[in-house]
Design a protein around this ligand. Sequence first.
Ligand SMILES: O=C(O)c1ccccc1N[C@@H]1O[C@H](COP(=O)(O)O)[C@@H](O)[C@H]1O
Length: 230
Amino acid sequence: MTEPALSTAGLVKICGLTDEAGVEAATGAGADLVGLVFVPKSRRYVPPAQAAALAARARGEASVVGLFQDPALSEIEEVLEAVPLDLLQLHGRESEEDVLRIQTGFGLPVIRAFGVASEGDLYESAGSNAALALYDAKPPTGAGAAGGHGATFDWSVLRAAPGSPRWLLAGGLTPQNAADAVLACRGLPGFAGLDVSSGVESAPGVKDPSRIARFVAATRAAMAAAPQES
Ligand SMILES: O=C(O)c1ccccc1N[C@@H]1O[C@H](COP(=O)(O)O)[C@@H](O)[C@H]1O
């Protein structure tokens, strides 16, 4: 396993990778975290055997995050038997009890996703036991797929972020808006980095190596120009 450097001020996570070209683009560009989706109804779902090969590609270069949605413990166990994950992302309706049970039970740090539309949605994350919170847009009305909708939310509400746990911004990020996202979040308590999935795809579920490289470069440049102090 690759020890996740979660205290790093500027994390970049590329999520929903499904092939080796995408993993190589992410690690080659210097992403800190790569995400594999274990939600069967997602177009980015990777079966454990395929995920094991992708995780092996990332090994030593980036930490590997397994994304689940309201999983049974047995689902996580089954994946972990085949894929050595470094972190678990819970991206459904999980409770704090679930976070504690899963984080303690599997001995892996958890990233807990919170759907955000207004300041009030951030309060639920205050004092979460998760290693990191992830602030994503709420699913658009009528959205059919599991997640990774490419929807943004009003980043100005993040001024109310509690700061603990530290957090990643997600939802509708792209190579074009990554710098603005960093500018909107820099200096806010707990800001830890950016997470992207659909914004680095050429078609739904198909990662584009050149967009991945541009996203990481744009994010890194903005972070270097505006370092996070807290
Ligand atoms: O990507 C998926 O298929 C997915 C499925 C179930 C839950 C979450 C999912 N994606 C995550 O959603 C955020 C935002 O994605 P986007 O950049 O707006 O496309 C991100 O963490 C994805 O990994």
